[in-house]
Design a protein around this ligand. Structure first.
Ligand code: DGJ
Length: 693
């Protein structure tokens, strides 16, 4: 059992493989944080410190490390919960009521119950302890046992206290075509806030925090947490005046208000979190292992071909069949028909919402293409954007009231489309039935679910932001239950939907519309900090790249895309014989190494910005890979030496390099390292390694 309780002292210790987390209840019934760090065996050692008012300006609640701070009393700090009661009282005063312990499949769970001293508001704090992964999952549930509605104005899922100042805070910034741009900044006094207010997007910030004390890949304290929810989140990191750092993560309270009706329970999304003293690599490994083992769908992802960049909206059956034929020839396993196949769709302005097959583009119906793809022995996938509708569509004509709108305002369009009000039951039924019908009628193996604009004009209710995404999760989960073999890809104008919420609902994730192989090295490097490699769909596309206008050799483009789940998005009908031959070779090689790439341990040996070289290692069992990229040779360029990671010291390894085989001990490879030298611009190679004993 990983939950240890000292009943006399009311102290709870959550024990994981090498870390632990402690909190307790004080004599006033307040829940107070005690410790988060390296494992301490004895629960007896922990005491609840006594707190006094330091001065009238530093009241006890302000200086206490509260486990779950609420709004009310002499508290001026960040809080997780703010509630308003029917009589105008706008503060929560809780007391600890007790705990329960539950045993899960991979975890033990501690549930702490708190209750307002006057109102029938119950707060349950959940702590799932994944001891083997050195991770916890924290969440909160509020329940209204009264006969009056309680208004919840803020509900952050968890708060963390880190007993240090001067930490580094890492997250990503970005926008369409430039997702996952990692930034690190020193925390000082004041607050850093990361958030999303758009309902759809994670193009900008991503719902996680990483706080470190001058950590490197392999050393130093790192505290981290990731929210299991897509959409409007907020994260706050604050160095307080009391010598510590406070972090919170949860639903964004911007434009949020939940009316908790009598008898209603609301569960806020969990935060998966951990601490390591071994640097960023160990953080990534813990999250990757946890995601692969417990969150994501099992199995290797197929090599896909997607026709979007080749044809845009100008889809026609004959050309798609030719693309499918060629995709098969080079080795693709899944053919995905993207936007443009339905309704009267010939650009961004029309057809969205009308999910019938366009008879001009497919005069003999969709099955002509599906059958062709199947006869080639490939899987068939199709694009949809179910949450959206164009003003120019039959769906909008029939149901103008189905979009988010205000009656007295002109409705906003973005990319020429409106957003359907997914919180309406009739809209949810429409979306579910449309997709169920599509999946039942055609032999479809893969759905690419896109969402190309943010939400606005969100109707009178302020709870739509999370209800919208909740509806998407439920519809996708219901469809997957019925159509068990179908894989679902989450795409939102590129990398607009990747987070630990959607990771458990969808199966494949579009990283960015920016497929420039050099830009992708930065995007992929930063993605790998938190998200598992299998969740990173990467395509090889044509040059000059439509975003960067850069020309990069096909081999480098393949190597860059092979770092994740490989896809091809080129106009393969224009391939030269050499392009075709290289593609066949690369895809065949990828299929060989795919289990190591998609399911192995990933190491950033010399990543974005640390040298001219980008070097990454993957290890699975006794097999491994080293991806080496040199985007540009500089003046006086020399090679580089890279020390490998994760090998068995005493084993002997054989490395297959461009210059021939090298046989060395694990010890040597990890301490002395290997010399690498590439020449020219956009040079790249993949070294295979194998353990011999
Ligand atoms: C945005 C996606 O990211 C692209 O891959 C493509 O599916 C287009 N939408 C289609 O409109």
């Amino acid at each position: 059992m990983s939950i240890v309780i000292n009943i006399n002292k009311n102290i709870f210790l959550l024990q994981m493989k090498s870390t632990c987390y402690a909190f307790g209840v004080d004599d006033k019934g307040l829940l107070r944080h005690l410790y988060w760090g390296e494992r301490i065996e004895s629960c007896e050692d922990f005491d609840m410190p006594h707190i006094d008012e330091v001065s009238t300006n530093d009241p006890p609640a302000e200086i206490t490390r509260e486990e779950f701070a609420v709004y009310g009393g002499l508290r001026y700090k960040e809080y997780c919960l703010k509630a308003a009661f029917y009589d105008g009282t706008r503060e929560v005063v809780y007391r600890y009521c007790g705990y329960e312990i539950a045993e899960g499949e991979n975890c033990d769970e501690l549930i702490i119950t708190l209750k307002d001293i006057h109102y029938e508001l119950i707060i349950k704090l959940h702590y799932k302890v994944y001891a083997d992964y050195d991770l916890m999952e924290r969440s909160v549930e509020v329940e209204n046992l009264s006969d009056k509605t309680i208004e919840i104005e803020r509900l952050h899922s968890a708060q963390f206290h880190i007993p240090h100042e001067g930490l580094n805070f890492t997250n990503v910034h970005g926008h369409w075509g430039a997702e996952q741009q990692k930034f690190t900044q020193k925390l000082s006094y004041g607050k850093v806030i990361i958030e999303n207010r758009r309902g759809i997007s994670t193009h900008n910030h991503n719902p996680y925090f990483i706080l470190d004390r001058n950590a490197s890949e392999n050393s130093g304290d790192v505290y981290f947490g990731a929210l299991r929810m897509s959409g409007n989140f907020s994260g706050i990191a604050e160095q307080t005046p009391y010598g510590e750092t406070l972090v919170q993560l949860g639903i964004n309270s911007h434009d949020f208000m939940l009316k908790l009706t009598p008898g209603e329970i609301f569960a806020a999304p969990p935060v998966i979190c951990g601490y390591t003293c071994d640097g960023f690599e160990s953080m990534s490994h813990r999250l990757h292992h946890f995601a692969l083992d417990t969150i994501m769908r099992k199995g290797l992802r197929p090599v896909l071909y997607n026709s979007w960049e080749a044809t845009g909206f100008a889809v026609n059956c004959d050309e798609q069949m030719k693309l499918a034929q060629k995709a098969k020839e080079i080795g693709a396993e899944l053919f995905v028909l993207d936007d443009g196949w339905f309704g009267e769709r010939d650009g961004i302005d029309n057809g969205l919402g009308d999910w019938y097959v366009n008879s001009k583009k497919f005069p003999n119906g969709l099955n002509e293409l599906v059958d062709k793809v199947k006869s080639l022995g490939m899987l068939f996938g199709i694009w949809v954007e179910p949450e959206m509708v164009n003003p120019k569509s039959q769906l909008y004509k029939n149901h103008p009231d189905w979009i988010y709108h205000f009656d007295t305002r002109e409705s906003d369009t973005s990319r020429g489309q409106y957003v359907l009000n997914m919180t309406k039951t009739e809209v949810q039924t429409f979306v579910y039935e449309m997709l169920d019908d599509l999946l039942s009628k055609y032999n479809i193996d893969y759905i690419k679910w896109d969402a190309n604009r943010p939400i606005s004009q969100t109707s009178p209710q302020k709870d739509i932001w999370y209800k919208h995404i909740d509806a998407i999760y439920s519809i996708a989960a219901k469809l997957k239950k019925k159509h068990k073999n179908v894989l679902f890809e989450a795409c939102a104008s590129g990398g607009g939907r990747i987070d630990y919420g959607i990771l458990g609902i969808f199966d494949d994730f579009w990283t960015s519309d920016n497929t420039d192989a050099y830009d992708r090295l930065f995007i992929q490097d930063s993605y790998s900090y938190v998200y598992p490699i299998k969740a990173m769909r990467s395509w090889v596309t044509d040059c000059p790249n439509f975003i960067s206008q850069r020309n990069i050799p096909l081999k480098f483009r393949y190597h860059s895309a092979m770092m994740g789940s490989l896809g091809i998005g080129c106009n393969i009908l224009k391939f030269t014989e050499d392009d075709t031959a290289l593609s066949k070779e690369m895809i065949a090689f990828y299929k060989q190494i795919r289990p190591i790439v998609q399911e192995g341990d990933f190491y950033r040996l010399s990543g974005a910005g640390t040298s001219d070289y980008f070097v990454y290692e993957y290890l699975k069992g006794g097999e491994g890979l080293v991806f080496v990229f040199l985007p540009q040779s500089k003046v006086g360029h020399r090679g580089t030496t890279v020390r490998l990671r994760g090998l068995c010291k005493k084993s002997i390894y054989t490395l297959e390099t461009d210059g021939g085989e090298i046989t060395k001990s694990g010890d040597y490879l990890m301490n002395r390292g290997i010399d690498l030298r590439l020449e020219g611009d956009y040079a790249s190679t993949v070294i295979k390694l194998k353990r011999n004993n």
